[in-house]
Design a protein around this ligand. Structure first.
Ligand code: ACO
Length: 271
């Protein structure tokens, strides 16, 4: 029996709009959704007509976190084999998204709970609606934020904020999430898609190889010593030069120094 479609996808002007699509369940992530997300990422990752991926939610939710019935209760009923399988499926697509070949933007329109912080962190940038509501509700039903979520808040937030969200399970709205730097910015809901499109278009003007190496570098260097990071960044730029068949770095210098057609301080060179 084929699974219901619980992820929606639309590609337009090199932006892939991927959405959690179980609005009647507040986009809680069940095993079917986790499997479909992996397939969708697989399909989109190396397509030439996709330059940026946006992850949004259908209806009034971004994601109500893991599905307490289908992801926890029903897989636990299958024993450890079922539990580990469903963990592999969810952690698998979160990881795939963290290292996605194209830049990614979380567009948080509404509820974002618990396990939803996994894909939130996996996206490179995050823009939310002022009306969005974020919370680590795990403590409210008697567990600690697992599945990487405690690591997410510790990496993204100062310790007091991470501890506050973790221990109280209290909600914060989009403006608070932005002030806390859980997201890049918060805008009124009716501006959310337009603002996300603007940011996606800004990224589409940049050299795509440089974007991939730069986003990976930001995630990787945090745990390195200074010397390791310095060395890693030299090697990564050399690898980027190899992968960039347009020789963008030289072209960027040429358009500035010889052609004088743009200024790197003020915008990107013509791809
Ligand atoms: N898991 C399973 N089902 C869910 C989830 C979830 N995380 N969230 C919502 N649903 C279901 C509800 O059971 C309900 O199903 P039904 O229509 O068959 O009864 C349906 O979605 C609608 O939910 P309501 O609670 O009726 O919607 P409402 O708009 O009143 O409230 C809210 C929305 C606040 C998101 C509420 O549903 C809720 O608290 N959900 C749980 C949030 C949560 O704690 N998630 C787990 C985080 S921890 C983790 O992910 C590991």
């Amino acid at each position: 029996m084929s699974e219901d479609q619980v992820v929606s996808v639309r590609v337009e002007d090199r932006i892939a709009w991927v959405k959690f699509a179980r609005p009647e369940k507040r986009n809680a992530m069940n095993p079917a959704l986790n499997r479909q997300m992996m397939e969708v990422l697989d399909d989109l990752e190396y397509r030439d007509d996709v330059g940026v991926l946006v992850l949004g939610g259908e209806g009034n939710s971004w994601s109500a976190g893991m599905d307490l019935k289908e992801y926890f209760r029903e897989t636990e009923a299958q024993g450890l084999r079922g539990v580990r399988k469903s963990q592999r499926e969810s952690y698998g697509w979160f990881r795939r998204l963290r290292w996605f070949h194209k830049p990614t933007i979380a567009m948080v329109n509404g509820w974002c709970f618990g396990g939803g912080f996994g894909p939130l962190f996996a996206c490179d940038l995050a823009i939310c609606a002022d009306e969005a509501q974020f919370g680590l509700s795990e403590i409210n039903w008697g567990i600690l934020p697992g599945g990487g979520v405690t690591k997410v808040v510790v990496d993204l937030l100062p310790m007091r904020d991470a501890m506050w969200l973790t221990l109280t399970g209290e909600l914060i709205d989009g403006k608070q999430a932005s002030a806390m730097r859980l997201v890049n910015e918060s805008v009124p809901l009716d501006r959310l898609e337009a603002r996300t499109t603007e940011v996606a278009k800004l990224l589409l003007k940049k050299n795509s190889v440089a974007l991939k190496f730069a986003k990976d570098a930001v995630r990787r260097v945090g745990v390195m010593t200074y010397d390791e990071a310095e060395d890693y960044l030299v090697r990564m730029q050399e690898a980027a030069n190899f992968h960039d068949k347009t020789d963008g770095r030289k072209e960027g210098i040429r358009q500035f120094i010889d052609e004088k057609s743009y200024k790197p301080g003020l915008g990107a060179y013509d791809l």
